[in-house]
Write a protein of this length. Structure first.
Length: 243
């Protein structure tokens, strides 16, 4: 059996999923039998981590894409065609970002595809839009197609687009600052039942012993677990505002 595809992140996720499952199993049911649900915990944990990473990458790419538009608009304003402008942007952005950054990877991919497709600009930009299906990229591609067909001022449009993205990033940061405190408050309130249950188990185990015996007690604990998870999910959803 080969384990070469199992990386450190996967091992850590499995470890954390196991610990969380054991903690929940013992705290709510005083039993380790529910450790068999570790794969389910791992799936939820993986989904949460992937979602957080996607949001982080999306915010990072927006900043990079804003700089891309500013530099590209400058190149277009000097009379460059798309391929020449992108080559200039590649040189300029390589001084600002590493070759592994999202914008540099995408830019190099675009330039390579332009050569391979015989400089079919629309096809290459449509591929870019499919790889990065975010609003700003979609608008950029549609604006280019429209300006090319109508002979519009693409440099001016790009400059305005970059300014709009910068404004959206600023507003997004302001909203994050406003909602951050509410997120913390919600998480603290959400963890209070768990903390209370731990204290009762330590200092007054007889008081809550009925919850660990019989079908009714286990049903109550299960219902409490479902409500707690639902509350956390609602808090995250309500405070997650995107511009």
């Amino acid at each position: 059996m080969e384990f070469k595809h199992i990386n450190t992140k996967t091992i850590l996720r499995i470890f954390y999923a196991t610990i969380i499952t054991i903690a929940i199993s013992y705290l709510l049911y005083k039993s380790f039998i529910f450790i068999i649900l570790t794969p389910l915990t791992y799936w939820f944990l993986k989904k949460i981590i992937i979602n957080l990473n996607e949001k982080k990458d999306k915010k990072k790419f927006k900043n990079e894409f804003k700089d891309f538009l500013y530099v590209l608009s400058g190149s277009f304003s000097t009379g460059r065609h798309l391929v020449e402008a992108l080559q200039e942007v590649n040189v300029s952005l390589s001084k600002m970002y590493s070759k592994d950054s999202q914008i540099m990877v995408e830019l190099n991919t675009i330039l390579l595809q332009l050569k391979l497709t015989g400089y079919d600009e629309i096809k290459v930009l449509e591929n870019f839009k499919q790889r990065k299906p975010i609003e700003d990229v979609i608008d950029f591609v549609e604006m280019y197609k429209s300006c090319r067909d109508t002979g519009g001022d693409f440099a001016g449009v790009l400059s305005k687009g970059a300014s709009m993205i910068a404004e959206k990033i600023t507003i997004d940061r302001e909203i994050e600052a406003i909602t951050y405190q509410k997120k913390i408050e919600g998480r603290v309130i959400g963890t209070m039942p768990v903390v209370l249950l731990i204290f009762l188990n330590i200092f007054s185990p007889d008081y809550i012993s009925p919850l660990y015996s019989g079908l009714s007690g286990r049903m109550i604990m299960t219902f409490a677990l479902v409500l707690t998870v639902f509350a956390f999910a609602m808090i995250e959803r309500i405070t997650n505002i995107e511009v």
